[in-house]
Design a protein around this ligand. Structure first.
Ligand code: 5AD
Ligand code: SF4
Length: 467
């Protein structure tokens, strides 16, 4: 069992700096802007950053350029997110010159990448504060030092060991909430940088997770999403309860209506998890199960530790236990050495499962990962061709899998108004399908019955049923 330290922010010296920063401004209004790149774990981490800013007396600014403090919460899973950060940092340079008191800060995964800090110091010397993935709790201390001493503050953690509980958090929506259940990853898929920047797996105590979920339910939150790089290995490093048992306990919380989780690694998806999903009425009949490739040769090179046959077997078991389950996936196209035949295996697997939807990614070389040293870079024209075929298939499958919803009535958790048309309401079915329909604003936050009248590629259109 791993020796895992759980600390409380309430007992840490760093907490005092929330007030010290607040006092520094002496009632003068000051604003912040948090820019988030990457996955839902980063979205959740940004809620902690926002929670701390609010306690330091800051109010949120609508835009980056006018804020008194800007923080970029970075991602380095693929090159695109890094490029966007560098572009946006460049745009702040002239503003920082005009307002030297403005704080420009960077945190998160990209900062934990080897050589990243040196690169930032060289290319963007105006950045005031840099921190990593394991020391978010140091933000107020580093900000206080930067404001009072006018010195740059760089603090990365070499080794992760602790989980810090009781950090402030600003949750914008009261309808649904994210709960981190574990941090880090032990899997070392050969293309992936995450284990290097987020460290080894660490699970929160089940009692802390349950307490957080109960607190959210009391506040009116109807749906929680449990987050972790590989939720199926929850508790393994601490000998706490298993992930299926955690679902069973959360299922008993009054007021909570829906429980989701992501991401699941196929190699760790147990029969007991399938059983727990099927028997717990609050656990959504939906799973995000990244396959990455349908070729055994590529899966082996990716170090995924399952075969296409294993994957198909799991899908079969899931569908047997929950016939209407929705399955989504992640796929990487153009992994080093991927041949036409390998890609065809992926294509055929996709067709066989007929996923509800998928995130499709072009392989992105990440320095420091084993795949970066592999031969067989795939030609970019070939990648484009494969991607176009896969996207066409995924659209076909999305439409096909949406057909079963037509003319049926589903409970929909209303999240707010539709992005494209604010006169319409928008929400999700248990299966994670987005539904837009007519209705009054007082329905937001409630579960209502909606009859699906039309299907589109990414959205179902419906009519509210009378209560
Ligand atoms: N290149 C392309 N996609 C990647 N992913 C992770 N690393 C890479 C990479 N180097 C994708 C995987 C993973 C998702 C979160 O990001 O599909 O499931
Ligand atoms: Fe990356 Fe694999 Fe861990 Fe997912 S399971 S975070 S793809 S190493």
């Amino acid at each position: 069992m791993q020796n895992q330290n759980i600390l409380s922010f309430n007992q840490m010296e760093e907490k005092q700096y929330l007030l010290k920063v607040k006092d520094f401004f002496n009632n003068k209004p000051h604003t912040y802007f948090v820019e988030t790149y990457g996955c839902q774990m980063n979205v959740r981490d940004s809620q902690t950053l926002k929670g701390m800013f609010e306690e330091m007396g800051y109010t949120e600014s609508a835009d980056r350029l006018s804020a008194d403090a800007v923080i970029f919460n970075t991602c380095c899973v693929r090159e695109g997110a890094e490029d966007r950060l560098l572009g946006n940092l460049g745009k702040l340079k002239s503003e920082k010159k005009k307002r030297p008191d403005m704080l420009v800060m960077i945190c998160g995964c990209m900062m934990q990448e080897k050589g990243s800090l040196e690169n930032i110091k060289k290319r963007f010397p105006f950045v005031d504060v840099v921190l990593g993935t394991h020391n978010t709790h140091q933000l107020p201390l580093l900000m206080f030092n930067a404001l009072t001493k006018k010195e740059k503050q760089y603090s990365l953690f070499e080794k992760e060991s602790s989980i810090v509980e009781d950090m402030p958090v600003l949750r914008e929506k009261d309808v649904f909430a994210f709960i981190n259940i574990m941090y880090g990853c032990n899997n070392f898929c050969s293309y992936c940088i995450v284990p290097y920047v987020r460290g080894r797996e660490r699970s929160r105590k089940s009692e802390d997770i349950i307490k957080e979920a109960e607190h959210l339910a009391l506040r009116g939150v109807k749906e929680i999403t449990l987050l972790g790089q590989n939720v199926n290995s929850y508790g393994k490093n601490t000998l706490d309860i298993t992930f299926p048992d955690l679902l069973r306990k959360l299922n008993q919380i009054d007021g909570l209506e829906r429980i989701r989780f992501m991401t699941s690694h196929p190699k760790d998806l147990s029969d007991d998890l399938i059983k727990a999903m099927a028997e717990c009425e609050k656990v959504c009949k939906y799973i995000h199960l990244p396959v990455q490739s349908g070729s055994n040769r590529i899966l082996e090179k990716m170090n995924r530790k399952y075969s296409r046959e294993d994957y198909l077997k799991i899908v079969e078991k899931l569908k047997k236990a929950m016939p209407d389950i929705a399955i989504t996936t992640d796929i990487i196209v153009g992994f080093p050495g991927e041949t036409d035949e390998d890609f065809q295996f992926t294509y055929d697997l996709y067709k066989e499962v007929c996923f509800n939807s998928a995130f499709t990614f072009i392989y992105s070389k990440r320095i420091g990962t084993p795949a970066a040293k592999m031969d067989g870079q795939v030609d970019s024209e070939k990648i484009k061709e494969r991607m176009a075929r896969l996207i066409a298939l995924s659209e076909e499958c999305s439409l096909k899998s949406n057909e079963i919803y037509l003319n049926k009535t589903y409970p929909v958790l209303v999240e707010g108004t539709a992005k494209k048309d604010e006169t319409l309401l928008c929400g999700k079915t248990d299966h994670g399908r987005t539904v837009v329909f007519n209705g009054s604003l007082d329905k937001i936050g409630k579960i209502v019955n909606v009859k699906i009248t039309k299907i589109k590629l990414n959205v179902l259109v419906g009519e509210l049923e009378e209560e």
